[in-house]
Design a protein around this ligand. Structure first.
Ligand code: NZQ
Ligand code: ZN
Length: 390
């Protein structure tokens, strides 16, 4: 194992009925004013908004709302929310939604306590966080990003065409309430896209140094097998509670930093997808599904031992069926691609809604290349990958 420091301060309350059971007691730890944030309407349709606001009312809280947070939250919308939050001076921010709501709210929790230029100092540059954000609690309605258990918040600066993220441990939510029943109203398109995002987070961590056996990768292999099993079950029967609750915890396990310990971490597909999204506002999980197989074929030789393990331990390929390690490793990537197809996820940029009018060269040039990869790819190779995904 490489050296590491592990920290995660988020307290998780998981399971059916956890919001009604635990939110009232949690609210007692904070002052009177709660800044309640949510997305574009799902919480009002599925009853979650009514349940949460009733609990806030019963606790005697003054509630100031900021709804309408859109997918792929922008810096501009975060600043809009910040202005409302500043006027309210909240004691607690309570975010109810998926990654977009949690990320936007997390950014507001930081910006409320920071006088400088938050974008430049914490998103564009990796600043040192030496202040405590306003306390944040989250109620998760869509498992995918793992934002509920980390200090990451992805924002898009639409003027600059930059979508980016950092993970600041002090920005972790104080608490996360995770009731799998809250996720049952998700459209199937979001279930498969969000769950593919979970698989991507695990793969992006797994396919990085060290290649040698290590605890983090052992956990990752088990998690990947679980995600594949549970997504298949959820697509077959969306009301399968066992599958949906597993997926919810898999999302958190992928991003609560545990599987990242001692790993260099790749996240090149995420960097590429974030820039595709910065220019086209595409769906995060779907964008990742398009990019992964092609990217992995590019770097397979550079991390061959790990790709062999992936084929055998995640996709049950048998070494004796292949002439050599290259063929075995390639079979693992083929199995991943077949899984993406089986789910009905997009496999090309055009299926993702990115047509020939989009300037892929400009997007490739805007991507930064991640450290921690088996091999650093440059902008020309990113452009090549985009072109192969057309
Ligand atoms: O707008 P609302 O009403 O919330 O509807 C959402 C949205 O339309 C809907 N939805 C969520 N829960 C639902 C539901 N619909 C019905 N029933 C429910 N229970 O699903 C749609 C997508 O929601 P969104 O929050 O945008 O999805 P996701 O959780 O995938 O978040 C995506 C954002 O997170 C970023 C992505 O780049 C993107 O901006 N990421 C954040 C990360 C982090 N903080 O660590 C890491 C990730 O890699 C990712 O980059
Ligand atoms: Zn992701």
């Amino acid at each position: 194992m490489n050296n590491f420091i592990f920290e995660n301060r988020t307290k998780v309350y998981f399971g059916k009925g956890c919001v009604g059971e635990h939110l009232p007691a949690l609210l007692q730890h904070y002052g009177n004013t709660v800044f309640l944030t949510y997305g574009t309407g799902s919480v009002k349709k599925n009853g979650v908004y009514d349940e949460v606001t009733a609990l806030l009312k019963a606790a005697g809280k003054t509630v100031v709302e900021f709804g309408g947070i859109r997918s792929n939250p922008t810096l501009a919308q975060m600043l809009e929310g910040l202005a409302v939050a500043k006027a309210a001076a909240p004691d607690l921010i309570l975010a109810v939604g998926g990654g977009s709501v949690m990320d936007c709210s997390k950014a507001i929790s930081m910006a409320l306590r920071y006088d400088g230029d938050i974008w430049t100092d914490f998103w564009e540059n990796a600043g040192t966080m030496d202040f405590e954000p306003v306390p944040l609690g989250v109620i998760v309605t869509m498992p995918a990003t793992g934002s509920e258990v980390n200090g990451g918040a992805v924002l898009t600066n639409t003027e600059r065409h930059i979508k980016t993220d950092r993970d600041y441990p002090r920005a972790n939510p104080d608490f996360a309430l995770m009731d799998p029943c809250y996720t049952l109203s998700m459209p199937l398109r979001q279930v498969r896209a969000g769950t593919f995002d979970i698989l991507s987070h695990i793969m992006e961590t797994y396919f990085s140094f060290p290649i040698e056996d290590n605890v983090s990768d052992d956990i990752s292999e088990a998690l990947m097998r679980g995600v594949i099993r549970d997504l298949r079950a959820a697509m077959k029967d969306p009301q399968d509670y066992q599958a949906r609750s597993n997926i919810m915890w898999e999302a958190s396990m992928a991003e609560n930093r545990i599987i990242k310990m001692g790993k260099s971490k790749d996240f090149e597909c995420h960097n590429m997808e974030h820039q595709l999204s910065a220019f086209t506002n595409c769906n995060h999980g779907e964008g990742l599904a398009v990019l992964h197989p092609t990217y992995y074929r590019h770097i397979m030789k550079d991390g061959l031992g790990k790709f062999v393990k992936f084929a055998v331990n995640v996709w049950s390929q048998k070494a004796e069926d292949y002439p050599d390690d290259m063929a075995l490793a390639a079979a693992g990537i083929d199995a991943l691609e077949a899984f993406i197809k089986e789910l009905g996820l997009p496999q090309t940029l055009s299926e993702l809604g990115i047509d020939d009018s989009v300037n892929l060269k400009e997007i490739a040039d805007s991507c930064y290349t991640a450290g921690g990869t088996f091999r650093t790819i440059d902008q020309d190779e990113i452009y090549q990958i985009f072109t192969e995904c057309r």
